[in-house]
Ligand binder design. Structure first.
Ligand code: EPU
Length: 420
């Protein structure tokens, strides 16, 4: 296993190009299962999650060819069921279920189960499939959805924490090939859902309302091949923006799509960070002392849960008290105890973390526990004095393309080593 060694205290300076969005590309790749014709997806980030999704599609019978940042997928003949438990290994791969059900009217996947950030049920995905007429069966750790025909329906897909991103994606994909009209109320409004709807429409689907809580899908008989460019990764952009602020640096985020980042940029400005829009790019630099801000994670267009840990690292460096409340995932505070090893003073009170910021951070060995928690440790390590060793760096490789070399490009002292 590999680790990162970060020698902190160097302000980040320069430019970084934002990669394609992980959370957009996974459902886009799954969507290619809806047609027998070839599809081409561009600006695909080189991530282990993406390669893993490629393996799943290959297993299902699709031809998957990566060429630089392009993937070409042809799902001429596919199987919808079988003895595979790949889904359990990567939660995001649950989104193959909607396309399989849409195209083959049958899908069997292993139940994804919980993960380190919370329980992660799929009841809302299944509610949507059932509304389209699928029969559901859970047996031996597998969930099977099957239908003679899928018929459009009206449904409400809001849950305990609001809308569901992959649930919306899954049901939307199945509904593209259902008979008649499907209306999804309380649909997720995330840019990744809009990106998927755009791709599906390019494939011949009829979806209106993407980006709003009401999605209307008029079923069609079949979809055809299409080409698509993935949107930039708003979470990656937010991570580098926070890293620039945390190190008192100045970074130009190339192709950051500021229109996807309103909530994050608003909070960063409140925290005293200067942000200038330069066309599709963003210039981020610290504007004097940092100020504490309170944050509550919400569904889009609220503050994203995927930036909560990174923002906590920034608040740890900010003199004063800030409160961060996590409303999407119940146990997404694994970074708190690791940040404490670097000197952070954070108390957890139910869904909130109370951060007494401004204490000096010094490097220490820490353990990455999930993708965004790891990003928070990188940010804290960049700002700490001395060396921070982040173990289990494979978590970062799941979702950040070339993070260590991008950081080195900004002047950071980061090295990747094989764990002893
Ligand atoms: N939920 C249910 N029932 C369901 C589905 C979800 O109760 O059937 C609940 C969840 O337990 C959670 C909330 O709804 O409390 C939101 O979960 P959602 O379904 O929106 O999450 P997801 O679609 O499984 C995607 C991203 C996550 C990101 C969340 C929220 C992908 C591959 N994953 O997950 O990304 O945190 O949306 O924005 O798109 C990450 O990138 O680090 C990551 C975890």
């Amino acid at each position: 296993m590999e680790s990162l060694i970060i020698k902190g205290g160097v302000p980040l300076h320069g430019e970084v190009t934002i990669s394609g969005a992980k959370n957009a590309v996974l459902p886009l790749m799954a969507a290619t299962l809806l047609t027998a014709e070839p599809c081409t997806i561009r600006r695909v980030p080189n991530l282990s999650d993406v390669r893993f999704m490629g393996q799943i599609l290959t297993w299902l019978g699709a031809k998957v060819e990566f060429d630089g940042d392009t993937v070409r997928i042809e799902a001429r003949k596919i199987r919808g069921a079988g003895d595979y438990d790949l889904v359990r290994k990567m939660r995001g791969s649950i989104c193959i279920m909607g396309p399989l059900l849409g195209r083959l009217k049958k899908a069997t996947v292993s139940l994804p189960g919980g993960c380190i950030i919370g329980a992660r049920p799929i009841n809302l995905h299944l509610k949507g499939f059932a509304a389209l007429g699928a029969k559901l069966k859970v047996e031996n750790g597998y969930v099977e959805a099957s239908a003679k025909r899928l018929v459009g329906a009206e449904m409400f897909l809001g849950g305990r924490a609001g809308s569901t991103v992959l649930g919306t994606a899954n049901v939307m994909m199945a509904a593209t090939l259902a008979e008649g009209i499907t209306v999804i109320e309380s649909a997720a409004c995330e840019p990744e859902v809009v990106d998927l709807a755009n791709f599906l429409n390019a494939m011949g689907a009829k979806i209106v309302g993407a980006g709003s809580p009401t999605l209307t899908i008029t079923g069609v008989k079949e979809l055809h091949g299409a080409e698509h460019e993935v949107i930039p990764d708003r979470i990656e952009a937010a991570t580098y923006a926070i890293a620039a602020a945390a190190t008192d640096g100045e970074v130009l985020l190339r192709g950051a799509r500021p229109d996807h980042l309103h909530a994050v940029l608003d909070k960063l400005r409140d925290a005293g960070v200067k942000i200038e829009r330069k066309g599709p790019d963003l210039l981020v630099r610290r504007n004097g002392r940092l100020k504490p801000v309170d944050i509550t994670t919400l569904t889009y267009s609220g503050f994203p849960t995927d930036v909560q840990a990174q923002m906590m690292a920034l608040m740890v460096l900010t003199p004063g008290i800030s409160i961060i409340t996590e409303r999407i995932f119940e146990s997404r505070f694994m970074h708190v105890s690791e940040l404490a090893r670097l000197g952070a003073d954070i108390e957890i009170e139910g869904p909130s973390a109370i951060i007494k910021g401004g204490k000096p951070l010094s490097g220490a060995p820490v353990m990455a526990s999930d993708l965004r928690a790891s990003a928070a440790l990188v940010i804290a390590g960049l700002a700490a004095t001395g060396a921070t060793q982040i173990n289990r760096v494979y978590h970062l490789d799941r979702g950040y393309e070339n993070m260590d070399s991008k950081l080195r490009g900004l002047g950071a002292r980061v090295e990747r080593i094989e764990e002893a």
